[in-house]
Design a protein around this ligand. Structure first.
Ligand SMILES: NC(=O)c1ccc[n+]([C@@H]2O[C@H](COP(=O)([O-])OP(=O)(O)OC[C@H]3O[C@@H](n4cnc5c(N)ncnc54)[C@H](OP(=O)(O)O)[C@@H]3O)[C@@H](O)[C@H]2O)c1
Length: 268
């Protein structure tokens, strides 16, 4: 896909991957619509883009609310007349072993944001994406493809989104392309600080440090942009994650032991 003058909506654009993606898409010549709940952060991101010679607007949106997602689409059409790309990036996470959880109600928040929020955005945007033969980009994770300790509710929500998008792809083969970006740990975002703990509260400043295996925000977003330009169906960041589907099918035991070992190593 050529990005010049294409109109992209990015959810979760107020921080982390969404913020960086909005800026880099704009540098490639795309017009961007930044969406998230925190207005002052969105304003800052879109002002930065506009003062750097790009074109951006922001629409304060809680993706768990279908009406707000419809307004996001309406505002985009009103301003730019078309939608070429929808980046499903807004998301929240957790870090807690399931049997240590004292209040499981945050599982519902994980589902409402990571899965149903993305469904809401797709529901409102798909008629326009069909018209433009546009693209949906999902900022997904290796945890959409396998289990992962301490992330049970997050894993479930990302598996749900993965299955949903695979179906959307099959139903709209001729009209909409989908890129699933399977990401590992990315440095420099707020995902860990905003993740739920066992008691349902946020980790905030107790968030764990990233390992040397983690990927920088800039390089992660560069790979996503490259995947969009080359019309890839899936990208893995880093590339070694592409082994996961194979290992999970043929060497599940090995893969699960390796992941558990890594998690325990990082604990000590
Ligand atoms: N960081 C990683 O290591 C990593 C790895 C794999 C996949 N991912 C995925 O990448 C995506 C972005 O994560 P990130 O690391 O950039 O995290 P982040 O810095 O915490 O950004 C999350 C974004 O989602 C927005 N958001 C959360 N709930 C929302 C809601 N109800 N409605 C609208 N926006 C909402 C937040 O903005 P507001 O609070 O202002 O609404 C924020 O802009 C997530 O889907 C995550 O699962 C991240």
């Amino acid at each position: 896909m050529l990005l010049k003058n294409k109109v992209f909506i990015i959810t979760g654009a107020s921080s982390g991957i969404g913020e960086e993606l909005s800026k880099q898409l704009s540098k490639e010549g795309a017009k961007v619509v930044c969406a998230a709940r925190t207005e002052h952060k969105l304003k800052k991101v879109s002002e930065k883009i506009n003062t750097s010679g790009g074109e951006a607007i922001y629409v304060q949106t809680d993706i768990t609310n279908l009406k707000q997602c419809q307004s996001l689409i309406d505002r985009t059409i009103e301003k730019f007349g078309q939608i070429d790309g929808l980046v499903l990036n807004a998301g929240i996470s957790m870090w807690a072993k399931f049997d240590e959880i004292t209040d499981p109600s945050f599982f519902s928040d994980l589902m409402k944001t990571n899965y149903l929020g993305s469904v809401n955005c797709c529901f409102a945007a798909i008629p326009f994406l069909k018209k433009s033969k546009g693209k949906i980009v999902s900022c997904s994770t290796a945890q959409a493809l396998m289990g992962f300790p301490n992330h049970s509710g997050y894993v479930a929500s990302k598996h749900a989104l993965h299955g949903f998008l695979e179906t959307i792809s099959m139903e709209n083969k001729e009209e909409i392309t989908i890129l699933e970006a399977v990401l590992s740990w990315i440095r420099g975002t707020n995902l860990r600080g905003n993740s739920f703990r066992a008691d349902g509260k946020k980790h905030k400043d107790e968030s764990r440090k990233h390992t040397s295996q983690s990927v920088s925000l800039e390089s992660c977003v560069k790979s996503i942009i490259d995947g969009i330009k080359k019309d890839k169906k899936t990208i893995y960041v880093p590339k070694k994650l592409s082994l996961i589907p194979f290992l999970n099918t043929f060497f599940k035991n090995f893969l699960q032991k390796k992941v558990v070992r890594e998690i325990n190593k990082n604990k000590s």
